[in-house]
Design a protein around this ligand. Structure first.
Ligand code: AMP
Length: 282
């Protein structure tokens, strides 16, 4: 695996790949890699000749009171994990490379970004879209690979790719979980023992809600029951617990037969904000 901090060096290497008509899969991450990230890399490997992974903790997508400073960083370990997956290139720019002095132009996302996490993280998806657009411009991959754990991010970036004619396939890999159901996340490292023990209540609540819907209960009733399960884990705060249309992310009051829905939650355990979701066919 080659590691590049310099964008020109990476771009030059990738030009040579394209000249050979080899396909490039791209996996953007913020590092502190775990099996969730690595499973996306494996998906990308299966479908492409070459795979590029980026590690960049993007300041633009963190709010002023969020965890940008304390976000876990361990490039050496990330590089060794990626090397073991036969990743071809690791791109690890610093903030000054992507946002040099005078930087001022950003992507403005639309209504999809205002659902779910939107009201709780103002500016977050604009920051994500901006950095991903810049990375896509540098890597120019055939396919972009994202994880279902951040389902709203997937929908917002797929929309951006269509709206801005980026000509990249946007693909989603399933969520990888710990044995007890907690979705893997770099932020899980922040959880205290007690918080870690309580956090699987998120998936339990999502699954219970899905079961209630399948059993024919209304969305409102299914959510009420799910919330009860979630509260048994004593979360410190619930940002949302919702059933939304899988395409528009609009709240589903009446379930449309034949449609796809997402049950999604954002919950704090201690100071750590965790998100998770499951997709269901109605
Ligand atoms: P992050 O480093 O948190 O920005 O995540 C980078 C990519 O990995 C995003 O596309 C995430 O959706 C994805 N991802 C993070 N955690 C998981 C997980 N547990 N399972 C699958 N994908 C994940």
């Amino acid at each position: 695996m080659r590691i590049h901090r310099n964008r020109e060096h990476l771009a030059r290497a990738l030009d040579a790949v394209r000249r050979k008509n080899e396909t490039i899969g791209f996996v953007p991450t913020m590092g502190a890699l775990h099996q969730g990230h690595l499973s996306i890399v494996r998906h990308a490997k299966k479908e492409n000749d070459r795979v590029v992974v980026s590690v960049f903790v993007n300041p633009l997508q963190f709010g002023p009171k969020e965890d940008y400073r304390r976000y876990p960083r361990n490039l050496r370990k990330d590089a060794s994990l990626l090397n073991a997956e036969n990743t071809d290139w690791l791109f690890a720019p610093d903030a000054g490379t992507l946002y040099p002095d005078g930087f001022q132009t950003t992507v403005k996302t639309g209504v999809l970004a205002r659902r779910l996490c939107g009201p709780h993280r103002p500016g977050h998806f604009d920051g994500v879209a901006t950095v991903v657009l810049k990375l896509l411009e540098i890597v120019r991959p055939d396919s972009l690979y994202l994880g279902q754990k951040d389902y709203q991010q997937f929908v917002v970036l797929r929309r951006m790719a269509r709206d801005l004619d980026l000509g990249v396939h946007v693909k989603m890999a399933p969520t990888v979980r710990e044995k007890d159901g907690l979705a893997m996340s770099s932020r899980n490292a922040f959880l205290s023992l007690s918080e870690r023990r309580r956090a699987p209540s998120i998936l339990a609540a999502l699954r219970h809600t899905a079961g209630s819907l399948k059993a024919g209960r209304s969305a409102q009733q299914a959510l009420r029951e799910g919330l009860e399960i979630l509260r048994q884990g004593h979360p410190n705060r619930i940002d949302y617990f919702e059933i939304v249309d899988a395409e528009s992310l609009e709240p589903m009051v009446k379930l449309k037969k034949g449609g796809r829905a997402v049950i999604a939650a954002a919950v704090y355990f201690g100071r750590t904000r965790l998100i998770d979701n499951i997709l269901i066919e109605v």
